[in-house]
Write a protein that binds this ligand. Structure first.
Ligand code: SF4
Ligand code: SF4
Length: 77
């Protein structure tokens, strides 16, 4: 199960810092075609979330703490 990234559209002001910080190009602001989660125009969006490795750099980069990651549950056995 992949990581799930959530951007709080109420907090996001579209500064682009999370987009720049992501080494996997999971986040974008300007490509509405491939996005998985749609937020208001000009705000951060999630695309190709299957590439996310949960590094957390987007969370650290966001000045308003708008990015959250849900870590997949570990299955045992
Ligand atoms: S956790 Fe890392 S790989 Fe995933 S979206 Fe954030 S910066 Fe990109
Ligand atoms: S760093 Fe935060 S405020 Fe800036 S675009 Fe990303 S989610 Fe929005």
């Amino acid at each position: 199960m992949p990581y799930e990234i959530i951007i709080n559209e109420r907090l996001c002001h579209g500064c682009n810092d999370c987009v720049i910080a992501c080494p996997k190009t999971v986040l974008c602001r300007d490509d509405p075609e491939n996005m998985i989660i749609i937020v208001k125009s000009g705000k951060a969006r999630i695309m190709k979330s299957e590439l996310c490795d949960g590094c957390g750099m987007c969370i650290e980069a966001c000045p308003v703490r708008a990015v959250r990651i849900i870590v997949p549950a570990q299955t045992e056995g």
